[in-house]
Design a protein around this ligand. Structure first.
Ligand SMILES: *[C@@H]1O[C@H](CO)[C@@H](O)[C@H](O)[C@H]1NC(C)=O
Ligand SMILES: *[C@@H]1O[C@H](CO)[C@@H](O)[C@H](O)[C@H]1NC(C)=O
Ligand SMILES: *[C@@H]1O[C@H](CO)[C@@H](O)[C@H](O)[C@H]1NC(C)=O
Length: 326
């Protein structure tokens, strides 16, 4: 089912004005926690769970929870481990062991885990660049055993490319083949499907439509999204429409905007960031936390920072991060 733009825009523009403040707590709305490499003490982390905050879950592209949220029980702020990429040795089971240790030794009630981050994308854009056969092998070693013990598992989160569902199809076929061996056909199983999107609202709606057609009856998690590199009115309008849309669709089980960082290090354009260069919430940041607009413009504090330098700073942070946690 591809949603048509024409039928979506009518009702949504009427609803946009009620989308603003959002719910007091939301089982759907979560945080992508991205530490700022410039502030090793996680200076901005407290903002996201300052009361009242509707955010109920987070991920950080890693297997281990972030120390900044270490005091919060899962019932208050659910940490969702992610297997970001493939290990150097494809038989490595570090991810599995780490999650088992969280559950069995540290008694952290892990209930969901995320598959690979953008396996269909190149490293230079933040993708984990894994061929579907290897990904399936690593999945069977690390993710499948977690599902056997009752943890819900999410399919790998492909880029917003229309070919993402093809990567997933090849992955699932390979996974089934490796699992079945010479015996009767068995399929790899999962509980929800992840997707990413950068671009217009119409594109987002159509992308979600194609995923829900490919994976009917599966809950969707939109684990990265935004309108990148656009002016502020367009970005805010995208924010209003997308949050209203996600809150309304039953099969959208969770979502997390890519924007919990300062605008001067944003690689998706300053207007998509939830913090200004001084760490104050922008309007979008405040709305995401269910609060009224702050009137803080994302670029207000840019004060002569060369945007190209800003992007490379962020790139370096992401690259460093990726290297650490592959
Ligand atoms: C977005 O929603 C807020 C809060 O309701 C509203 O003040 C703002 O005008 C909206 N912006 C756009 C561009 O729709
Ligand atoms: C873990 O969390 C789930 C979901 O909130 C809950 O149903 C389950 O009872 C919890 N398990 C333990 C051991 O606390
Ligand atoms: C495995 O998945 C394929 C493709 O979705 C389906 O056609 C087939 O019936 C499934 N087989 C089993 C044993 O579940």
């Amino acid at each position: 089912m591809i949603l048509s733009t024409a039928t979506l825009l009518g009702p949504l523009s009427l609803l946009a004005s009620t989308a603003s403040a959002g719910p007091l707590t939301s089982p759907k709305r979560g945080l992508i926690f991205i530490p700022d490499a410039r502030f090793p003490q996680d200076r901005d982390a407290h903002i996201w769970k300052q009361n009242p905050s509707p955010l109920t879950w987070y991920y950080n592209y890693q297997a281990e929870p972030s120390p900044a949220f270490g005091d919060l029980p899962q019932s208050e702020f659910e940490f969702v481990p992610m297997l970001w990429g493939k290990p150097d040795d494809k038989d490595d089971t570090s991810f599995l062991k780490t999650v088992e240790r969280l559950v069995d030794t540290r008694k952290i009630n892990i209930t969901h885990v995320l598959g690979f981050n953008e396996p269909d994308g190149p490293r230079k854009w933040g993708g984990s660049d894994i061929d579907p056969d290897t990904a399936a092998h690593v999945w069977l070693k690390n993710i499948a055993p977690l599902r056997e013990r009752g943890i819900q598992v999410g399919l790998p989160a492909c880029t917003g490319s229309p070919d993402g569902t093809k990567w997933l199809d090849t992955f699932l076929k390979s996974c089934s083949k490796q699992l079945s061996g010479k015996g009767p056909t068995k399929n790899c199983t999962y509980d929800f499907v992840n997707l990413h999107w950068y671009g217009s609202f119409e594109g987002l709606a159509s992308h979600i439509g194609s995923y829900s057609a490919t994976f009917p009856d599966m809950p969707l998690w939109i684990t990265e999204y935004n309108l990148n590199h656009q002016d502020l009115p367009a970005t805010q309008s995208f924010y209003n429409m997308s949050s209203e849309y996600f809150d309304r669709l039953d099969y959208v089980e969770r979502y997390s905007i890519f924007g919990a960082f300062r605008s001067d290090v944003s690689n998706v354009g300053p207007n998509a960031a939830m913090l200004d260069p001084d760490g104050q919430l922008t309007d979008i940041g405040a709305w995401y936390l269910g609060r009224p607009a702050t009137g803080v413009t994302p670029s207000a504090g840019l004060r002569g920072v060369d945007p190209r330098r800003a992007v490379s700073l962020f790139g370096a942070a992401v690259a460093g991060f990726a290297l650490l946690y592959v």
